[in-house]
Design a binder for this molecule. Structure first.
Ligand code: AFP
Length: 327
């Protein structure tokens, strides 16, 4: 495909692609600033201190020097972008106000280095970003205007959507992101699954679902990194990732605001689905910024099958877990 500018499809850089998709100037600038920040995060991963920062985040998780560094890189970039009203990250305890003026500005929630505990064993990690218009971050994910992730793997790639399909870019030798694939799409059913959480803590519905997948010959692919595991599903066009409610942990592990909502936005844009086991992730109204949720995300028929197993094998038992998950 030759774009309007006479460039072949694969020479289109990120800013041109956003403009050719009529994305407004401020949002284009914001997404390009996030892309720019990723170049410094890559540098910190390849050269940075793999040790601990001597601090811990709100979850009591020991912060790695890289977590703190990646958070600082993105925070500075967003603060100086002139288009951010509020921001919030996994590493922060509360929302950081940047500008009191909401008009024409965006609020950003991000996980600066998701899977950071994998860096020291040289596995792929990523940055996840969720973008809302205006000042309010505590909104259902369906109101996002954009979602972006950057995958720091054998190649560095960036995937974004502004609600007009999902598009993948690769970082070239000049550290520019150029278009690789447009309109990534998922099949209704897949043949790979990424089962997070301890299997011995799976509830009857989840256990039944996973056993059904295994009976179908579906292959297990799980890296421990949400970004590479979701990227695999998007690029292969099929698969399901689960980090379910577990016995004793009714809300699972992953965070709604800066992990699940942006990935659910991208997966739905690619024709897939994302559920907490009962309803779409994108319809959940966050009550607080660090809220967690169970997640079943990927091919829509497989997500629907997971919900069906949970409905039949857990609702029928009227387990208190059902009440916990809804609360
Ligand atoms: P870290 O950021 O603490 O490494 O956790 C990564 C993550 O939030 C997500 O990227 C993975 O899908 C999930 O946790 C892996 O969790 P388990 O280590 O329990 O499998």
């Amino acid at each position: 495909m030759i774009s309007k500018a006479g460039k072949t499809k694969f020479q289109i850089d990120l800013r041109r692609h956003l403009r050719e998709n009529y994305v407004n100037e401020n949002l284009t600038h914001l997404i390009c600033e996030i892309a720019e920040a990723s170049k410094y995060i890559i540098h910190s991963i390849s050269t940075g201190d793999l040790g601990v920062a001597g601090t811990s985040n709100l979850y009591g998780e020991q912060q790695l020097a890289l977590d703190v560094l990646a958070d600082r890189i993105l925070r500075k970039r967003l603060e100086h972008s002139r288009v951010v009203a509020n921001m919030m990250s996994e590493e922060m305890d509360e929302i950081i106000p940047v500008s009191p003026d909401c008009d024409g500005k965006y609020s950003v929630a991000f996980d600066p280095l998701d899977g950071s505990s994998l860096v020291d064993v040289n596995l792929a990690v990523g940055t996840i970003v969720s973008i809302f218009e205006g000042c309010d971050l505590l909104q259902p994910g369906r109101r996002q205007v954009a979602a972006v992730y950057i995958l720091y793997g054998p190649r560095t790639t960036l995937v974004y959507s502004v609600g007009k399909g999902v598009h993948e870019f690769g970082m070239n030798m000049l550290r520019e992101y150029t278009l690789l694939k447009e309109n990534l799409t998922l099949q209704p059913q897949g043949n790979l699954y990424s089962p997070g959480g301890q299997r011995n803590l799976y509830t009857p519905g989840v256990e039944g679902f996973v056993s059904k997948l295994e009976g179908r010959g579906v292959k297990l692919r799980y890296s421990g990194g949400f970004v590479p595991d979701i990227n695999q599903i998007l690029l292969k066009g099929q698969g399901i990732f689960i980090y379910p409610h577990l016995q004793g942990h009714p809300l699972g592990k992953l965070r709604l605001l800066f992990e699940l909502s942006p990935m659910a936005f991208l997966i739905e844009q690619a024709g897939g689905a994302a559920s907490d086991g009962h309803r779409p992730i994108l319809d959940l109204q966050p009550k607080q910024i660090h809220e967690r949720s169970p997640v079943f995300i990927g091919c829509k028929d497989d997500v629907a099958m997971a919900e069906d197993f949970i409905r039949r094998l857990e609702n029928d038992q009227g387990s208190e877990l059902e009440v916990d998950v809804k609360s």
